[in-house]
Design a protein around this ligand. Structure first.
Ligand code: ADP
Ligand code: MG
Length: 436
C-alpha cells in the first residue's frame, strides 16, 4: 500500500546565534518522513535538537536550511492539523479540565454545542470522565497529562507531536498512560493519523514506535533509522525486545565515543563544551556507586553496561546518564556498550573517602569548565564570594532558564562534595569557606 506522506522533512538544519556572534548549529541535514498509521520516535540524549525539530514541524520556528512539508505543502506557521503534547503538561491553572480542553477548539470558531460535544468526547476518550470541572491543581500528574492529551486530540489533528510526554511522571503512571495511549491508537479510536514521539528513553521508543530515528549531538543529526516490527502489544521481557534495546543502546554508545580522542568523545556527548555545557542531574553518590561496581569483581575495571545495569537492578536508561557523566569527568570511557575505567576512575574506586574527594576535585576542575570558572571567580575576588545569580545570568546566554537552574545546582552539589568551594543556600552565594 502506498500511504501518502503526512510530513516530509528534507535536509533541515537549524542554528541559533551565540552571544559571541558565532552560530550554534543545533540540527544538521535532518530527513524524516511520517506516513499514515505510524508512530515515529526521535530518540536521543538531552541537547540533540529533538525539541527544536518538533518546533520546526509545528511551525513555531523556521529552519535555517532545508524544507518541511505537511501534506505536500511547505510548513509556514502553525498548521491546524498538527498538535502538540508537552512534558510539562502546559495547562492553565485557572481553567477547569473542560475549559483547558475546549481551549484547543477556540481558534476554530465552532458552534457552542459542537465545542461542548467534542470536548466531552475527548475527555471521555482519554479517561477523564467525571473530572470535567476539576482544576489542574486537584489532579495527579498522570491525570494532568491526560488533560494535555485531550487538549491536543480535541482538534482532531492529522499529526500528534509528543515531546517527552511521559518523562515528568512516576514510573507506574507513565506506564499506564503509555499502555492506554497504545490501546487507543491500535484500536483506531483517536482522531489522528500519525504520531511523532520525542524521547530520551530507549525502552519507551522500542515499546511505542514503528520506526526510531536515533539522534546524535553537536550538531543534532540522525545517526540511524531503525524499524521496529515487533507486534503490539509489546512485551518488555520478550528476548527480541531486549535484543533491540541493547542494539540501540550499543549503537548510541558506539557513535558517541572514540577510542583515542577523549576530547571528541566529550564534544559529542556534551555540546557546547565551555561553561555553557548543560550538566545532567547525577549525584556524586551515583557516580561513586557505578565506579565501585565496575571496579569490583567480576568486572575488574571493564563491564558490559546492559549486564551491569541488570546486576544493579537498574534500567539501562537510568544507568546511561551516570555512565555518560563518568565519561565527561574522564573517570571512564564508553565504547560499543562497554564501560571501561580510566586511571583516575580506578584510583577513585580504590581510595579512602578523603582521597576520593581530591581525585574528584581534580577531574572536576580539569574537565568541567563551569566548575573551574566558579572557582576562578572566587579566587580572583578579594571577598571570595559570588552570588548565584551572577552565574545563572551567564548560563542563560547558552540555555533555557530551567536548564541553567539545573546545571548550577549540579555544580553546587559536585563542588560541595569535592570541597572546591562552598555554597550558602540561605544567601544564594558561593564562597571559599572551608574548601580543601
Ligand atoms: P533536546 O530536546 O534534544 O534536549 P533541544 O532541541 O532542546 O534539545 O536543544 C538543542 C540545543 O539547542 C541545545 O544546545 C540548546 O541549548 C540549543 N537551543 C535550543 N533552543 C535555543 C534557542 N532558542 N536559542 C539558543 N539555543 C537554543
Ligand atoms: Mg527536549
Amino acid at each position: 500500500m502506498n500511504a501518502p506522506a503526512l510530513l516530509q522533512v528534507n535536509e533541515v538544519s537549524k542554528s541559533f546565534p551565540k552571544p559571541d556572534g558565532h552560530e550554534l548549529l543545533v540540527l544538521q541535514g535532518v530527513n524524516l518522513q511520517l506516513v499514515e498509521g505510524q508512530i515515529v520516535g526521535l530518540l536521543g540524549r538531552s541537547g540533540s535538537g529533538k525539541s527544536t525539530l518538533l518546533r520546526l514541524i509545528a511551525g513555531l520556528a523556521d529552519p535555517s536550511g532545508g524544507e518541511l512539508q505537511y501534506l505536500g505543502r511547505p510548513v509556514s506557521g502553525p498548521a491546524a492539523g498538527i498538535s502538540m503534547v508537552f512534558q510539562s503538561f502546559a495547562l492553565f491553572p485557572w481553567l477547569t479540565v473542560f475549559e483547558n480542553v475546549a481551549l484547543g477548539l477556540e481558534a476554530q470558531r465552532l458552534p457552542r454545542g459542537e465545542i461542548r460535544t467534542r470536548t466531552l468526547a475527548a475527555i471521555d476518550l482519554i479517561g477523564l470522565d467525571g473530572f470535567e470541572s476539576a482544576y489542574p491543581r486537584e489532579l495527579s500528574g498522570g491525570m494532568r497529562q491526560r488533560v494535555g492529551f485531550a487538549r491536543a486530540l480535541v482538534v482532531h489533528p492529522n499529526i500528534l507531536l509528543m515531546d517527552e510526554p511521559f518523562s515528568a511522571l512516576d514510573i507506574l503512571t507513565a506506564e499506564t498512560l503509555r499502555t492506554d495511549f497504545l490501546d487507543l491508537w491500535s484500536e483506531g479510536r483517536m482522531p489522528i493519523k500519525g504520531v511523532i514521539l520525542v524521547t530520551h528513553n530507549i525502552e519507551e521508543a522500542v515499546l511505542m514506535c514503528d520506526r526510531i530515528l536515533v539522534f546524535g549531538s553537536n550538531p543534532g543529526r540522525v545517526l540511524s533509522e531503525i524499524a521496529v516490527t515487533l507486534p503490539q502489544p509489546r512485551d518488555r521481557l520478550d528476548p527480541a525486545f531486549r535484543e533491540l534495546v541493547e542494539r540501540i543502546y550499543v549503537e548510541m554508545t558506539a557513535r558517541t565515543s572514540t577510542p583515542s580522542g577523549a576530547a571528541s568523545a566529550r564534544t559529542e556527548l556534551f555540546p557546547g563544551l565551555g561553561i555553557g555545557t548543560m550538566l545532567p542531574r547525577v549525584s556524586s553518590n551515583e557516580l561513586a556507586g557505578l565506579l565501585e561496581a565496575v571496579a569490583a569483581a567480576p568486572f575488574s575495571g571493564k563491564a558490559d553496561l546492559p549486564k551491569i545495569a541488570s546486576d544493579l537492578q537498574m534500567e539501562i536508561d537510568e544507568l546511561f546518564p551516570v555512565a555518560e557523566t563518568l565519561q565527561m569527568l574522564r573517570f571512564a570511557e564508553l565504547e560499543g556498550g562497554d564501560i571501561k575505567l580510566t586511571e583516575a576512575g580506578t584510583a577513585f574506586a580504590s581510595s579512602a573517602p578523603d582521597e576520593r574527594k581530591r581525585v574528584f576535585a581534580r577531574q572536576l576542575l580539569n574537565f568541567v569548565p563551569l566548575a573551574a570558572h566558579v572557582r576562578r571567580v572566587l579566587d580572583e575576588r578579594t571577598s571570595h564570594i559570588a552570588r548565584r545569580s551572577r552565574f545563572i545570568d551567564e548560563l542563560e546566554d547558552f540555555m533555557s532558564e530551567d536548564s541553567a537552574e539545573q546545571t548550577l545546582s549540579v555544580i553546587v552539589s559536585w563542588g560541595r562534595y569535592a570541597e572546591i568551594f562552598a555554597y550558602e543556600d540561605e544567601n544564594e552565594r558561593f564562597t571559599l569557606e572551608n574548601p580543601a
